[in-house]
Design a protein around this ligand. Structure first.
Ligand SMILES: Nc1ncnc2c1ncn2[C@@H]1O[C@H](COP(=O)(O)OP(=O)(O)OP(=O)(O)O)[C@@H](O)[C@H]1O
Length: 651
């Protein structure tokens, strides 16, 4: 059955736009139709196989491919520089690159004469030092073609490079690849579509070059007379032959455009990884919890090497961090508190924070990222889209100099351990979110790091998958002999994965303690709220806390602090009792309020109670109690907290 694309409503072109648009098409088409209409088809073969035409064709191919080669040699580094490095005068350099595209080619030719001609600025030097004379020489035609064509390569590639997120290259460096290796094994393959598009356009432009060539290199048959120059000559003596050669050039130009198909305009399906969580082919298995756990049976080897972490961080982050081998540290903190900056400082990737870092006995502070032994898994995994899961995982061992076969065997082992060995041949775009996370972790571990940095490893996963991948992660981190830092916004992740929790605020460590201690005595309202607890700041009184803020409330606690101590009153939501009437008796702290929100949390309901007399109170009750009390949003209630359930934490 033939499927037709449904017409979207309201897409009909308005007449005032449609008419000039059709005229524009006719305007572009008519000259081309003219060539087709006037081509002497019977003499076509004869015209195109004329020795002079063949010589010009050969020369054109030589010149255009040489110009392409020269453009690649010079233009690729230039595009990289423009896309990746900030330097003074960058805008000027970019304008300079664009100039030959807008300059009349004959003016370009004159400029080349004045630069490289016999009497130009550089010409005499070229002649006396290297014996090179560009004008009236094939090399001159190549220079002219390069001058006008190279901008196409630079502009196209710069756009592609700018669209490629640097985290791929940074991840590659963290796996041990030096900058040259990163460029050739990650950057170039990932920008290949843009590079190919730019190269094809550059070649086509060089093939069609006329004005700069005739002005700078002259029109010498067999030396500088390329096809376009020959068309110009033929037009005077033999217009029919000129039409035939024009047709040939037209066919070549059309072939290039058809091969590019929209890549020039950016619809090139750039080599970026697909969104996580969506399977690519019907053969893809869904990332079901069952699927994930069933394959997760491979036992882990005991860590063979142990690496502690000692870091003194200055700059935006100001903290000292010490962790024993095998410790998993959850890094938590509000947005902008410096979690990612801390990770990047440990990788040596940011000047915003500097980390004096010791891993085991080795000081890695002065080492470039690829020699630190610090593996980084960025938020989306940043799997290289052009490599299979196996290729991705073998990347680290290969970068560290292991032979291909051994690197692959090693990679397969790691994939097996993480339960994704059967997906080794898949490209990242064909993996589900959970599978991709496991491959990213396998890749990081296969690089045998001394410090592992995971930036929100589970953020992109849905709740069910997250629970299972978390379980796997915990399992696999037990076999890791270095320190692992996990940035997370998820309290469950922090508490269940980590041995220590590092709480950051404005770049500094607010608290660094085991999860149980953080849960029991959070040192900031933010952490308490993140962990789902009530935390109200205030000043210690004789029997509790005078709460800060607009509420004149005093809170009674069973174990008061010395008078005047600044402290947080921490109360777990389960300890808040909710009543429809003012409770008599037990709770020492009780306030009237209203239910502002009801949200399910697992098998319980979380209530937010607002009150004129106290800060917002979070309570957790069973759905049965909520039903018995007839609670809905807006219901007036009384909240009660026993003095024994109130912990005071000095801040
Ligand atoms: N390249 C940069 N140049 C200048 N400031 C930056 C740069 N990168 C981050 N910042 C700033 O540094 C601070 C810390 O940023 P960072 O990304 O480390 O925070 P974060 O804790 O990871 O935040 P989030 O939870 O939102 O990811 C923020 O105020 C941010 O705006």
């Amino acid at each position: 059955m033939k499927l037709t694309r449904p017409r979207s409503p309201g897409r009909r072109a308005p007449l005032p736009l449609a008419v000039p648009a059709v005229l524009a098409i006719a305007f572009l088409l008519l000259p081309l139709v003219g060539i087709l209409a006037r081509t002497p088809w019977s003499d076509l073969v004869g015209n195109l196989t004329d020795p002079a035409v063949l010589t010009a064709l050969r020369l054109s191919l030589l010149v255009s491919f040489s110009a392409l080669g020269l453009s690649l040699l010079l233009g690729v580094p230039l595009a990289w520089l423009l896309a990746r490095v900030d330097f003074p005068g960058k805008t000027l350099v970019r304008s300079l690159v664009l100039l030959p595209m807008v300059l009349p080619p004959t003016v370009g030719g004159v400029a080349l004469l004045l630069g490289f001609g016999r009497r130009g600025l550089l010409g005499p030097w070229l002649e006396s030092w290297f014996g090179i004379t560009l004008p009236f020489h094939t090399s001159g035609a190549i220079v002219a073609a390069t001058f006008v064509a190279m901008p196409f390569l630079v502009i196209s590639l710069e756009g592609t490079l700018a669209g490629m997120h640097p985290r791929y290259e940074e991840t590659a460096a963290s796996l041990g690849a030096n900058p040259i290796r990163v460029f050739f094994t990650v950057t170039v393959p990932m920008v290949a579509p843009g590079l190919a598009a730019g190269a094809a356009l550059t070649w086509a432009r060089a093939l069609g070059e006329f004005g700069a060539t005739i002005t700078f290199a002259g029109n010498l048959p067999g030396v500088t007379q390329t096809l376009p120059l020959q068309v110009y000559l033929l037009l005077q003596d033999s217009p029919e032959a000129a039409t035939s050669v024009s047709l040939l050039l037209l066919a070549i130009a059309m072939a290039v455009l058809i091969a590019l198909r929209g890549r020039w305009t950016g619809n090139n399906g750039r080599a970026t990884s697909r969104r996580r969580g969506s399977a690519a082919s019907p053969a893809d298995e869904p990332a079901t919890a069952v699927g994930l756990d069933e394959v997760d049976t491979e036992p882990l080897p005991a860590p063979t090497e142990l690496w502690s972490l000692h870091a003194q961080v200055t700059g935006f982050n100001r903290l000292d961090l010490d962790a024993a081998p095998g410790t998993t540290v959850a890094v938590v903190g509000p947005n902008g508190s410096g979690k990612t900056t801390l990770l990047r400082a440990l990788l040596g990737l940011t000047p915003r924070s500097r980390a004096v870092t010791r891993l085991g006995e080795d000081d890695v502070t002065g080492l470039p990222p690829h020699r630190r032994g610090v593996s980084w898994v960025p938020q989306d995994g940043a799997l290289f889209p052009h490599l299979t899961a196996l290729g991705n995982t073998a990347f680290g061992p290969r970068a560290q100099g292991h032979p291909r076969a051994r690197a692959k065997a090693d990679a397969q082992q790691w994939l097996d351990r993480l339960g994704v060995g059967h997906l080794a041949h898949r490209k990242p775009g064909q993996l589900s979110g959970g599978q991709a996370q496991r491959v990213a972790l396998a890749r990081a571990l296969a690089a045998r790091p001394r410090l592992l940095l995971l930036d929100e490893p589970l953020a992109a996963l849905d709740q069910t998958t997250r629970a299972h991948v978390r379980h796997t992660l915990r399992h696999h981190l037990t076999g890791f002999g270095g320190v692992c830092l996990i940035v997370t916004h998820d309290p469950v992740e922090a508490v269940s994965l980590a041995d220590q929790v590092l709480v950051l605020q404005d770049g500094s460590a607010l608290q660094y303690a085991p999860p149980a201690e953080i849960t029991r005595t959070p040192r900031s309202p933010w952490v308490a709220r993140m962990l789902g607890r009530n935390a109200w700041p205030g000043t210690a009184t004789a029997d509790g806390l005078a709460l800060d803020g607009a509420h004149p409330t005093r809170l009674t606690a069973a174990e008061p602090l010395p008078l005047g101590t600044q402290a947080l009153a921490v109360v777990s939501p389960e300890a808040v009792s909710v009543h429809r009437e003012q409770p008599t008796g037990s709770p020492r702290n009780q306030w009237p309020g209203r239910i502002a929100e009801i949200t399910p949390v697992g098998s319980r309901l979380r209530l937010v109670i607002t009150s004129d007399q106290a800060p917002d109170i979070v309570a957790e009750i069973t759905p049965q109690s909520a039903a018995d009390l007839g609670l809905t949003e807006g219901t007036p209630v009384w909240a009660g907290i026993k003095a024994t359930e109130t912990t005071l934490v000095p801040v």
